[in-house]
Design a protein around this ligand. Structure first.
Ligand code: SAM
Length: 426
């Protein structure tokens, strides 16, 4: 279960969060008992609001009761744990859960799934032996819909509650949920929507046989490089700056000829406008890295359409597929190559203290579980790798231009190894 494998400090964080949400909705339900006639609010609407708030309260209380047995009293009182600076994403919305799992399939979900499946067929991409990874999968329906095409599906989200809901629906199979619609309603009865969610037997079997849902931060994934055939980024590419997404996920995880599948409107959920790339820039970025562009289309959908509301968004979604080149891993270095560092590497100079002896230093480079000790000269060279300075120029800057041919060959050999391990890039 999702709560079992969270680190202790995250368990405490989530328990506190769930308690706060439970109490908040309980208070909201109580407030809805008192109708203030002067506002014009109809008593029936108050009754609906109270009912919906009690449903939300029960929702958080149920999650809380699953988590609380896993949290010790000591942990709840541990100042270090309580002060833990939680960087995860806590958002949960019934909108995604309902769009994904309402008995009547949501139109948006059908359009997206069908378009992707059709495109995989048109492009003759054989997926039967492939592992697909779904980034920020939310409540998981796309991963389940597309899973029959694949051998194995890995799907994660940073929101514990999104993944918890998938597990809850797996247990319940059907689940009556209420959704508050606080604005844009035509009628009083529209302010609370009653929806029956369902996971069919075939969906349950698909999950059991090949879909692994888990909680994770996209920048800390547990996979080895070059192990994933397809990466699906459905409404996710705009969550992270492209250079991070590319360096740490797409190019790092994809096998040669693996494909990156993007679907969504590039809405951008961060603030640095320099990183809010247009579709054109994203396409150029991949093309410059040698990726083959297999799909570049736009497709309109109503986003999270809710019939009870007079408002919804319409997205002109960008549907983009790029295929990793075969040669990228084995590009050969030469003295004219300009190198840059993978943004996730840990390059370190560590003092080694031996009593009485002068301080010595050790140099190392690490990426995930792979680590190398480096000669000092390679460490110094890496400090100058900025993507635009050639190896020749770096040797000049370090006054090493006259080293013997054999020494230069050895330096290139070490750099080539770092390149193959994706610690540096050309
Ligand atoms: C716009 S929603 C899309 C959800 C899903 N792909 C869909 O289309 O239904 C973005 C999702 O990314 C998740 N998310 C945001 N930042 C994340 C991160 N750093 N790592 C993993 N998931 C993240 C959010 O919790 C949210 O579920």
């Amino acid at each position: 279960m999702v709560f079992d494998y969270l680190p202790e400090e995250e368990k405490v964080y989530w328990l506190n969060y769930l308690v706060r949400m439970e109490v908040f909705h309980e208070n909201m339900a109580r407030r809805a008992e008192t109708v203030d006639d002067s506002t014009g609010m109809h008593p029936r609407r108050c009754a609906l609001l109270k009912e919906a708030n009690l449903f939300y309260k029960d929702f958080y209380a149920t999650a809380k009761s699953a988590l609380s047995p896993l949290v010790s009293k000591d942990a709840m009182l541990d100042a270090k744990v309580l002060n833990f600076d939680y960087k995860g994403i806590g958002t949960f919305s019934f909108n995604y859960l309902i769009r994904d799992w309402a008995v009547k399939p949501a139109y948006q979900e059908e359009v997206i799934t069908k378009s992707i499946v059709q495109k995989l067929v048109d492009l003759e991409l054989d997926c039967s032996a492939a592992t697909a990874l779904f980034l920020g999968c939310g409540t998981g329906k796309y991963a389940v819909n597309l899973a029959p095409n694949y051998k194995q599906v890995e799907a994660f989200d940073a929101s514990v509650l999104m993944i918890w809901c998938i597990e809850r629906l797996q247990q319940l199979k059907t689940w009556e949920v209420l959704r508050k619609v606080e604005r844009n309603c035509r009628k009083i009865e529209d302010t609370v929507e009653r929806v029956r969610l369902e996971m069919t037997t075939s969906e349950l079997d698909t999950i059991a046989s090949k879909v692994h849902f888990f909680v994770a931060d996209a920048l800390k994934l547990p996979f080895k490089p070059n192990t994933i055939q397809h990466i699906h980024s459905i409404y996710f590419t705009d969550v992270l700056p492209l250079h991070q997404l590319y360096d740490r996920i797409i190019d790092y995880l994809l096998v040669e000829e693996g494909v990156f599948i993007h679907f969504g409107p590039l809405e951008y959920f961060f603030n640095n406008s320099q990183e809010m790339l247009t579709a054109e820039e994203v396409r150029l970025f991949f093309a410059q890295k040698g990726y083959r562009i297999l799909c570049d289309e736009f497709l309109e959908t109503k986003h999270l359409f809710n019939p009870n509301s007079m408002r919804h968004r319409v997205y002109e979604n960008w549907f983009f597929i790029a295929q990793k080149p075969v040669a990228s891993k084995t590009a050969a270095l030469n003295v004219d190559s300009c190198l840059s560092l993978n943004s996730s590497i840990n390059l370190q100079k560590t003092a080694v203290l031996n009593q009485g002896a002068p301080i010595e230093y050790e140099y190392s480079i690490a990426l995930d579980e792979a680590a190398y000790q480096l000669p000092e000269v390679v460490y110094e060279m890496l400090l100058h790798c900025n993507g635009s300075t050639s190896i020749n120029r770096i040797l000049e800057v370090l006054e090493l231009q006259d080293i013997a041919k054999e020494e230069q060959r050895q330096l290139l050999f070490i750099l080539q190894e770092l390149l193959d391990a994706k610690m540096i890039k050309i």
